[in-house]
Design a protein around this ligand. Structure first.
Ligand code: ZN
Length: 148
């Protein structure tokens, strides 16, 4: 990756959220939680959700990883607070389509900044890790998910 590509990828909003991640804490009264791991990059994330009547009342995360994974987790938690499980599913599929290059990012708000990931398949995993982890938490099918 050359400098220009990196500059394109790490847009201002991503840099800001990776340096000062929002909702970065442990949620003591979480009803759902899961851990995710992206072995390709070394990203680790733990997602905590307080779900009430199928609505995300509160959400937070903890973890270590690259700027993309942190920014994605930060922006995701901001975006889905107050959303229903059905809305979360809809956002996830739009986000995945955007990151892999098949969607236009409509309805995604700030999450549309990740359109810069097109053409960087390895980085797409960094960005979608937290979403896979969130879905695992909500479905409680697995406590630990891996992108590999
Ligand atoms: Zn990463």
């Amino acid at each position: 990756m050359n400098d220009i590509e990196i500059a394109d990828l790490y847009q201002e909003l991503i840099v800001d959220h990776s340096r000062r991640p929002r909702n970065y804490r442990r949620l003591e009264n979480a009803t759902h939680q899961a851990e995710g791991f992206n072995p390709l990059c070394g990203d680790k994330v733990k997602v905590y959700v307080d779900l009430e009547n199928d609505v995300v009342r509160d959400i937070s995360f903890e973890g270590e990883g690259c700027a993309i994974s942190k920014a994605s987790a930060s922006l995701m938690t901001e975006t889905i607070k107050g959303k229903s499980k059905a809305e979360v599913e809809q956002l996830f599929s739009r986000f995945r389509d955007l990151a892999t290059g098949t969607g236009d990012g409509s309805g995604l708000g700030k999450l549309a900044v990740f359109s810069g990931l097109r053409g960087f398949p390895a980085r797409v995993k960094c960005a979608t890790l937290v979403w896979h982890t969130l879905r695992a938490a909500l479905e409680q099918t697995a406590n630990i998910v891996s992108t590999e």
